[in-house]
Write a protein that binds this ligand. Structure first.
Ligand code: NAD
Length: 447
């Protein structure tokens, strides 16, 4: 049994006869699992440059081409060549039968062009894909998802591999209705992952050192577990008061523990000194530590405001500033900042929290170009309703509402956030920077 009783009950036919719809059990990733659990349909509209690359990637992963009219585990359309409304009609022509064939936990993935400001119809057609995919995500059933990659015209075909692999795999179980830009990879060229390197697919973070703040429990502990599973050495950071559970996490993942309140003035120096002395390199920084101190704005006092801003934003700004000034972060460095859908849509009682999380998004967008020349990406992951101790303590009504107001009709798990962080932490994900990826099952809150 999970802690989502309604979802568990809805698997029972007798309960469904009472009119309770089935809430899908999502396919989640386990090492060694095939990329997809069935064949894939791949198409292209216009002069798409990526379909061949995707076919090769699927072939490497031993995924069969969908023949006949049976179910498909994924339908992938290279729509980067779309420039006209006639091209859009061809997109519809591919998708309509494909959607009918989509298996439970299936994947609809479109690659679209960046809107071309010099061609009005092309810009309109490119943006139309956004509305189409977000609507399709609301229509596909049984745990299936739909997402769009907007690809920069200069991005080489291999630049899309890591995003295609993530969005097709079970790692993206709770990432739905998202639009993510893929550009020319920052920094030095990476060797593409192929059949000859199966270990890289299973352990894409092998040899990398990753700092995770707030790692003693909740989402941070899941991030530590997932990054370690994927091969990283984890530096688990949390406040001294959480020291015992922090050591447990660090021991479990075979990493090191650093007891550190990230709001102290020398936090960035101590963090970098620990990593330098104990590990000698740094590849990934995950800013996950966060707190809430909810109060309506009318009753918001300076203490609540300052405490939330200090942990959720000020500390991240200081550490990132130190990373910019230092050369410890490697030339495939990845900074991942945990935001929240509250920072996108707003939330009653959370002016302080939403300000801090929206601030994180602003910080990420401003930092991405500064770090790009060093080969470092900076992205935000914005969780929606995640089943944690915190959400478990909500009143039942609020909790039920939070869980159901998304396209997958359930809350996400900490591991769903962790898988997205893991993807952005890969050296191969150099084409994704300055982005906000929501892990929210396409919650109706936020854009
Ligand atoms: P949590 O409270 O379970 O864990 C947060 C961790 O951060 C704790 O271990 C805490 O000790 C640590 N921490 C707090 N202040 C710190 C400081 N000054 N220095 C070092 N560590 C500190 O929270 P969670 O639910 O796991 O959330 C993790 C992140 O995800 C947070 O940034 C949160 O805002 C974000 N988030 C959570 C949800 C959700 O549904 N749970 C939704 C959206 C965003």
């Amino acid at each position: 049994m999970s802690n989502d009783t309604l979802r568990d009950l809805s698997q029972n036919q007798l309960v469904r006869r009472l009119g309770v719809p089935r809430i899908p059990v999502l396919r989640r990733y386990a090492p060694g699992q095939p990329l997809l659990d069935g064949p894939a349909l791949v198409g292209a509209v216009g002069a798409g440059r990526y379909a061949e690359q995707i076919r090769a990637l699927l072939k490497d992963a031993d995924i069969a081409d969908a023949a006949g009219d049976g179910t498909v585990a994924a339908a992938v359309l290279d729509a980067t060549g779309v420039r006209t409304l006639d091209d859009l009609a061809a997109v519809r022509e591919f998708l309509t039968p494909a959607v009918r064939r989509l298996a439970p936990s299936g994947r609809l993935l479109l690659l679209g062009p960046e809107p071309d400001a010099g061609d009005v119809e092309a810009a309109a057609a490119a943006q139309a894909l956004d509305g189409l995919v977000r609507s399709a995500a609301k229509e596909v059933r049984a745990g299936a998802t739909a997402n769009l990659l907007v690809v920069h015209p200069d991005a080489p075909p291999a630049a899309t591999d890591s995003a295609v692999r993530f969005f097709l795999s079970a790692r993206s179980a709770y990432v739905d209705g998202q639009v993510v830009r893929v550009g020319v990879p920052v920094g030095p060229a990476q060797d593409p992952i192929g059949m000859d390197a199966p270990d890289e697919v299973v352990r894409p973070l092998a040899g990398r050192v990753a700092v995770v703040t707030g790692a003693a429990r909740g989402i941070g502990a899941a991030i530590a577990d997932t990054l370690a599973r994927d091969g990283a050495t984890v530096v688990a950071v949390d406040v001294p008061a959480a020291g015992e559970s922090l050591s447990r996490v660090a021991n479990r993942v075979g990493g090191t523990a650093l007891q550190l309140d990230i709001t102290t003035p020398d936090a960035a120096d101590r963090l970098l000194a620990h990593v330098r002395e104990r590990h000698g390199r740094l590849d990934v920084v995950v800013h996950n530590a966060g707190i809430t101190r909810d109060k309506l704005l009318a009753n918001m006092d300076a203490d609540r405001w300052d405490a939330v801003l200090a942990v959720n934003l000020r500390a991240q700004l200081a550490i990132n500033e130190a990373l910019l000034a230092d050369d410890l972060l490697s030339d495939t460095g990845r900074i991942v900042c945990i935001a929240s859908t509250s920072g996108i849509a707003g939330n009653r009682g959370q002016t302080n929290y939403a300000a801090s999380k929206a601030g994180v998004i602003g910080m990420v967008r401003a930092l991405a170009p500064r770090f790009a020349e060093r080969g470092v990406t900076v992205n935000a992951v914005a969780p929606g309703f995640i089943e944690t101790e915190m959400t478990g303590k909500m009143p039942l009504g609020t909790r039920e509402a939070g869980r159901r107001i998304n396209s997958l009709r359930q809350g996400g798990l900490p591991v769903d956030v962790a898988e997205t962080v893991g993807w952005l932490a890969e050296a191969e994900t150099g084409g994704v920077t300055g982005q906000v990826v929501r892990v929210c099952g396409q919650s109706i809150l936020g854009a």
